[in-house]
Design a protein around this ligand. Structure first.
Ligand code: GDP
Length: 541
């Protein structure tokens, strides 16, 4: 998503950098932000009480002049990753905090992976240098070993040793950050209608839907008509982080907004449109597009999987054209497994496909890993780790493949087969039955479909596809199944039942519901080879 348009190019002006502090838990992110915020804010306007709007505007003295920078108050990389997964690119520079007495930890790796995937320059704050046991040199060595070469050693990553607690060298850190910002030549056109990104949103008891926007281009003004996702409205009031009313907010400036009809989603963009009617129309079109996206994702379109890679490779081999890269997010039980797996994968012939690791880190699979995989179109490989149910659901919703392994050989072998174009799908959809919608009724939680099972059976929690006039209108999960008011596990052909799903209730009489299971499917290597040999033979004829 490009923030600047061509017509902006003649009216560009400098804008403040937007910064995000990331790093491992307890390494001092909050302390650093608090120090910067309070020391700087108090210095410039004594007594100002800040209210959390998710971002701070901080004046930084550089060469005797006050320059503005903006801190996103979303410590941790989870928020960063989640926003990125929604397509937002708000942060100009990532400050990665590493405690000098602890060194690189799993969340440090994750934070770096997210910043790299986003193409955001990194400044490292080596924190807690006041502590006994602090060893900044060792931290720099560790960082160098994972590809972040300190500037002091001839690399391109600035690193500043600080004590967030005492404030030592924090000014130097900010100066370094501003230098990096200057090199980025950050510009926007303040003389146009605003667009930007939602960074926080919620429902206020008295004010209604309330959201913090970062304006990324243009100037947002009171009275503007705004739209974000499916939410829209007229800006009734704007507040800065101190809770003061403001009339407008220019590029890079965070501002709290009231006047929306609904709570928007953090990470979505917002824009100003000409009228409420235009906003309404756009919101409706988006709702429709969103539904289609959901159907496409649920049906597996656009999903990057090992088997889709395999078929791309075998196709590529037939046409002799395609070159591929497989992006991998790898989570393992212990650090030692990373070495073992990476070395084994490295010796695989990379003629068809090159492997790129975005993250290799110990720990269970998290939603943040899924977000990283979304942004980079990666698959997630887990070795002796778990993926909690909520993470699996998130991955399903986002179309990300998670493969878990207990044996290193199996992991290597699957990747090898995929790279050679020999891996077959692990999953097959097996139809178990179908039902016809005969009536639609409103139940406690939404609308449900009164159905007649025509073939096979329908089973609670099975996958379902809703067909209308032969076209798929929804793919999801059968969440509720009733038979004569009772909750039941399954209903057989010839019987009536009530069906409901959590994410869809737009039923129409005549809809056909196909019930299916996703079953694991493993073909032997011989079978796969045979399939491919047959395919090659066919194209040669
Ligand atoms: P976060 O989880 O990354 O936000 O970490 P916090 O900012 O909450 O800091 C975790 C702990 O480390 C707190 O007890 C801080 O007081 C302490 N801490 C943070 N920065 C420093 C520092 O520069 N020196 C020392 N000695 N302690 C620090």
């Amino acid at each position: 998503k490009e923030i600047l348009d061509e017509e902006d190019l003649d009216s560009l002006e400098d804008r403040p950098p937007v910064l995000t502090i990331m790093g491992h838990v307890d390494h001092g992110k909050t302390t650093l932000l608090d120090y910067i915020r309070t020391s700087k804010v108090v210095a410039s306007e004594a007594g100002g009480i800040t209210q959390g709007i998710g971002a701070y505007v901080v004046p930084v003295p550089i060469d005797g002049k006050l320059q503005t920078c903006v801190f996103l108050d979303t410590p941790g990389h989870e928020a960063f990753g989640a926003m990125r997964a929604r397509g937002a690119r708000v942060t100009d520079i990532a400050i990665i905090v590493v405690a000098a007495d602890d060194g690189i930890r799993p969340q440090t790796n994750e934070a770096i992976a997210h910043a790299k995937a986003a193409g955001v320059p990194i400044v490292v704050a080596i924190n807690k240098i006041d502590k006994d046991g602090a060893n900044p040199d060792r931290v720099m060595e560790e960082l160098a070993s994972i590809g972040l070469m300190p500037e002091d050693w001839g690399g391109d990553v600035p690193m500043v040793q600080v004590s967030a607690l005492k404030g030592d060298n924090v000014d130097e850190l900010l100066e370094t950050v501003m230098l990096v910002a200057e090199l980025q030549d950050l510009k926007a056109n303040p003389h146009r209608s605003a667009k930007g990104t939602v960074i926080e949103a919620g429902l206020d008891k008295s004010k209604g839907p309330i959201a913090t926007f970062i304006v990324q281009n243009g100037t947002l003004k009171k009275g503007d008509i705004i739209i974000s996702g499916e939410a829209f409205g007229k800006v009734r009031a704007l507040f800065d982080e101190k809770g003061n009313h403001v009339d407008q907010a220019g590029p890079s400036i965070p501002v709290q907004v009231i006047g929306l009809n609904n709570v928007p989603i953090a990470g979505d963009e917002f824009e100003v449109v000409s009228s409420l009617d235009a906003a309404r129309e756009k919101a409706e079109a988006r709702a429709e597009a969103l539904k289609n996206d959901h159907i496409a994702t649920q049906a597996g379109y656009g999903k990057v999987t090992l088997s889709s890679l395999a078929s791309a490779v075998s196709r590529g081999r037939l046409s002799g054209l395609d070159v591929h890269q497989l992006n991998i997010v790898m989570k393992v039980d212990v650090q030692g497994s990373i070495e073992a797996i990476t070395q084994a994968l490295r010796v695989l012939p990379q003629d068809n496909v090159t492997l790129k690791f975005l993250l290799q880190s110990p720990g269970d699979i998290s939603t943040s890993d899924v977000d990283l995989a979304v942004v980079t179109k990666a698959i997630i490989l887990g070795f002796n780790v778990k993926a909690p149910g909520s993470v699996k659901t998130h991955a399903d919703n986002k179309g990300v493949e998670i493969r878990l392994y207990k044996v290193i050989y199996d992991l290597i072998d699957d990747v090898r087969k995929a790279m050679e174009g020999l891996l077959e799908p692990v999953e097959e959809q097996v139809t178990i039955g179908s039902a016809e919608v005969r009536a639609v009724f409103t139940s406690g939680s939404g609308r449900a479909a009164g159905c007649m099972v025509r073939e096979g059976k329908v089973v609670k929690d099975c996958s379902l596809r809703v067909l209308r006039n032969g076209k798929t209108v929804y793919v999801g999960v059968l969440n509720s199944l009733r038979r004569v008011k009772e909750m039941v596990k399954e209903v057989n052909a010839g019987l009536e039942c009530g069906i409901a799903t959590n994410n869809f209730d737009d039923w129409a009489v005549g809809d056909i519901i196909e019930a299916f299971k996703r079953v694991e499917k493993r073909r032997t290597l011989e079978e796969a080879s045979a399939t491919m040999a047959a395919a090659i033979e066919k194209t040669q004829i």
